[in-house]
Design a protein around this ligand. Structure first.
Ligand SMILES: C[S@@+](CC[C@H](N)C(=O)[O-])C[C@H]1O[C@@H](n2cnc3c(N)ncnc32)[C@H](O)[C@@H]1O
Length: 275
């Protein structure tokens, strides 16, 4: 028998009610699930040891078992910022279309990041039905414009309606239908404060190259879904999509042009500032 994990005590203390659909289900009485973390998955991601320490020394005391409590903490963090009717509407359209959309926590992080860089111009790859777009627009300057690309015009049509329902004037978003790798080369060099990548994961390394050209110095590139639901750090054989995500993670970490951080919200939000 399964039951939904109960809300974190802090949630009731704050009188917050995370959306139960974002709380992972747990089976009472089962041993805590063990997840591979970068520290015990060096074969794939080759986490460098700090200077002067062996890996064994560097990770002593750091090897982590991610318990059900931690899962609940993460779920609480992910649902911490409430969403409004327009976002719920866009999520419903995504569900109907069988599309993923960013989690509330990833959306809140996008809003924060857009506000942090005082974004006036944001490029988005993968409009979907507009969930991430609303979060980005909420964080951007009031005169900021979101340029959003998707292969599917009907997804963009839903996003257009969602943006309207969220109260954004039509000139706040520029919808470009098409494949990202055909459209991005037409966008201006150094013309963007933030590039958000949520299209085809196999193309993420190519999006990175385009993003570096599109971003101004100090701008941010953000990739959604780099955990691939646990497969990125799973030592079992993985499909090409996951191998490409690992390639992206290594390239971003090793690039002298980028200052990265991997945020554990949603399905993993890889962020990097262009120096
Ligand atoms: C995960 S959904 C995006 C969800 C959206 N960011 C949100 O949170 O609401 C991925 C979207 O990327 C689009 N897509 C897939 N491959 C693409 C490509 N090569 N170029 C542009 N868009 C693509 C799909 O049509 C889909 O709408």
């Amino acid at each position: 028998m399964t039951r939904a994990a109960t809300a974190h005590p802090a949630a009731s203390a704050l009188a917050l009610r995370p959306d139960p659909s974002h709380i992972p289900r747990r089976t009472p009485g089962h041993a805590p699930r063990h997840f591979l973390t970068p520290s015990n998955d060096r074969a794939h991601l080759r986490v460098p040891a700090p200077n002067g320490y062996s890996h064994a020394q560097a990770t002593t005391g750091q090897e982590r078992v991610i318990t059900g409590n931690r899962q609940t903490d993460w779920a609480f963090a992910d649902a911490y910022v409430a969403e409004d009717d327009a976002l719920r509407w866009a999520r419903d359209r995504a569900r109907e279309a069988g599309l993923r959309s960013v989690s509330p926590g990833a959306g809140a992080a996008l809003r924060l990041l857009a506000a942090t860089v005082d974004a006036k111009a944001v490029a988005e790859i993968g409009t979907g039905t507009g969930v991430s777009g609303i979060h980005l627009l909420n964080g951007m300057r009031p005169d900021g414009v979101l340029t959003t690309v998707d292969t599917e015009p009907e997804h963009q049509q839903s996003a257009r309606q969602a943006f309207r329902a969220a109260g954004f004037a039509s000139n706040r978003a520029r919808f470009i239908p098409g494949r990202a790798l055909d459209v991005l080369p037409r966008l201006a060099d150094a013309g963007y404060d933030l590039v958000f990548c949520d299209g085809d994961r196999q193309e993420f390394p190519d999006y990175l190259a385009e993003s570096l050209r599109l971003l101004r110095p100090g701008g941010l590139v953000v990739f959604e879904g780099v955990f691939a639901h646990g497969r990125t750090v799973d030592s079992a054989p993985q499909p090409a999509e996951v191998l490409r995500l690992r390639e992206l993670l290594r390239t971003v970490r090793e690039s002298p042009d980028l200052l990265p951080s991997l945020l554990p919200v949603g399905d993993g939000l890889l962020c990097a500032v262009k120096r």
